[in-house]
Unconditional design. Structure first.
Length: 260
């Protein structure tokens, strides 16, 4: 069975949009530090991919990479999928209750009524041709609805492609896959790796972020496409028994059980 490698890419979306660059705005992590991955938590991660082989020289199990993007300071992607819809309904319900209370108090200022009316059902929409974003209300970083465009929760970054030397030299074969795991809208990027060719191979991740802009008196999610880089380091250590440090086989057992 193939060994699964998880690579988490954490994006500082706000700063990346401001500078229009992912340089210094990405933090990479993987689950292979115990085998020698370096640069954990920085933008210069080198992921170790064990190119192990059996003692007879034949190749051992293949390796599979899985990339999981996330936004720094955003609502965790593990919250229930209906969380946003529930917050929207609660927001509209509170606004309608405030409108009803104002109507029962006699005179209410036109500015107050206009403010409350605008809150009901107001949602930013996706830009024409945008990918994968459903029109929805704004949430702040605490998960509550907000009308302020100054402090809001960014949509999750979207990986759109993986290219670079590791791909062009056919070291890895990336593709987007469907999954029943709805944390990432049922889609994720993965790649199988040719572990028979040791070396260090850089690759480029193409990422789509989303920026909230005002167009024609309404809020619009506008896509911004950027790239960032990382590397794989394929090793060629022989596959060995983790208990004995020797080759695979039956564990050595003493001829006589130790005296109790």
């Amino acid at each position: 069975m193939a060994q699964q490698h998880g690579i988490i890419v954490l994006f500082d979306v706000e700063n990346a949009l401001r500078t229009r660059s992912l340089d210094g705005n990405t933090y990479w992590f993987d689950n292979m530090k115990f085998l020698g991955s370096v640069g954990e938590g920085t933008g210069q991660l080198v992921t170790i991919v064990p190119g192990t082989y059996f003692l007879d020289g034949s190749q051992a199990t293949e390796q599979v990479l899985n990339w999981l993007p996330a936004a720094l300071g955003a609502i965790p992607p593990t919250v229930p999928r209906n969380y946003l819809a529930e917050q929207e309904r609660a927001h509209d319900r509170r606004t309608l209750e405030q409108l009803a209370a104002l109507s029962g108090e006699g005179e209410a200022s036109s500015a107050e009524l206009t403010r409350l009316r605008q809150r009901v059902g107001k949602r930013p929409r996706k830009q024409a041709g945008g990918r994968g974003l459903t029109a929805a209300k704004l949430l702040d970083v605490t998960g509550k609805t907000t009308n302020s465009a100054a402090a809001y929760n960014y949509p999750a970054p979207v990986i759109t492609d993986i290219t670079g030397q590791a791909v062009s030299e056919k070291i890895m074969y990336p593709a987007q896959y469907g999954s029943p795991d709805m944390i990432y809208d049922g889609w994720y990027w993965a790649a199988t790796v040719d572990t028979s060719r040791p070396g260090v191979y850089p690759y480029t991740v193409h990422v789509q972020l989303h920026e909230l802009v005002e167009q024609n008196n309404e809020l619009v999610w506008q896509s911004v496409d950027l790239t960032c880089e990382s590397s794989l380091k394929i090793t060629n250590d022989p596959k060995r028994n983790a208990f004995t440090g020797a080759g695979l086989g039956v564990l050595p057992l003493p001829a006589v059980p130790p005296a109790g």
